[in-house]
Design a protein around this ligand. Structure first.
Ligand SMILES: Nc1ncnc2c1ncn2[C@@H]1O[C@H](COP(=O)(O)OP(=O)(O)OP(=O)(O)O)[C@@H](O)[C@H]1O
Ligand SMILES: [Mg+2]
Length: 264
């Protein structure tokens, strides 16, 4: 049974994400399947982290827990210092909407809605009137270079442009954290570089970025690389070029298998 830590324990003050012993066991017809086996990790405000690892190693399971799209079987998750297990559903929904923008591999745009309305979608539960929501959406489309496409539809634009729209949608609530699960997985290498430049720009503006990728070239855009294997973190290091620039080859706190949390 899921037993979060008692109320009163807290995460490091500067951590946007802090997980301890995070465990996810799926119930399958063949019996319980441990997809995450006790992950410890802290990510501070303003970091840019790539999550890597082979297929089936637990990356998406981990991202879905970070995005509060699923609940852990055991362990603790502190989102901007709040233990999500201790929050009421509506309180958590509000915190998640204000804090996290999610970007998916398949863009997940609604085909019958204009790009502007797709981007405005997360504002539908806000108290903003329709015209204000549309104006904000156009501002976000301008931020990703697509303001002239506001009235177009997903099927009429390229994959890279669709992912830009999805990023604009993720940004509309001014999140402090972007979670992206293989955001370039459906894109060619040139378009992938354009999308990564956009994530880099957002990180330069202070947004924490955590993205999953299989590609080393993509991961090298991040400042820190965390590698999963069989439901555990097996390495956690600064991206090599950045480590060289910093005069080091390892992250602030090198880890051993299953002990993913840097010292905070
Ligand atoms: N809903 C589920 N029910 C049962 N098992 C699941 C479920 N989701 C994922 N798994 C299993 O958990 C393991 C981890 O899956 P996950 O999707 O997190 O891997 P991943 O690292 O994201 O892989 P990929 O690189 O292929 O996307 C896999 O063995 C997968 O089959
Ligand atoms: Mg995955």
């Amino acid at each position: 049974m899921y037993e979060p830590s008692p109320v009163g324990r807290s995460a490091p003050a500067d951590a946007v994400i802090h997980v301890e012993g995070l465990t996810k066991t799926y119930v399958t017809a063949a019996g319980p399947f441990p997809a995450l086996k006790g992950v410890d990790l802290s990510i501070s405000h303003g970091e840019y982290v790539a999550i890597m690892g082979p297929s089936g190693s637990g990356k998406s399971t981990f991202m879905n827990l970070l995005g509060c799209l699923d609940t852990p079987t055991a362990g603790d998750y502190y989102l901007v210092g709040r233990n999500v297990a201790h929050m009421a559903n509506d309180e958590l929904a509000t915190l998640r909407n204000r804090t996290i923008g999610f970007v998916f591999q398949g863009f997940n745009l609604l085909p019958r809605m204009s790009l502007q309305d797709n981007v405005a979608l997360p504002l539908v539960y806000s108290h903003l009137d329709r015209e204000t929501r549309r104006r904000r959406a156009r501002e976000m489309l301008a931020k990703v270079g697509l303001d002239s496409y506001a009235d177009s539809f997903p099927a009429r634009i390229s994959g890279g442009q669709q992912q830009r729209v999805a990023i604009a949608r993720a940004l509309i609530n001014s999140p402090s954290l972007i979670l992206a699960d293989e955001p370039t997985g459906n894109l060619d290498s040139h378009t992938s570089e354009e999308i990564m430049a956009l994530f880099g720009q957002l990180n330069d503006e202070g947004i924490t970025v955590v993205l999953v990728t299989h590609e080393h070239d993509i991961a090298d855009h991040a400042k820190r690389q965390v590698r999963f294997l069989d439901g555990l973190i097996v390495s956690d290091a600064l991206t090599p070029v950045r480590a060289e620039a910093a005069g080091s080859t390892t992250a602030t706190a090198p880890v051993t298998a299953g002990q993913g949390a840097p010292a905070c």
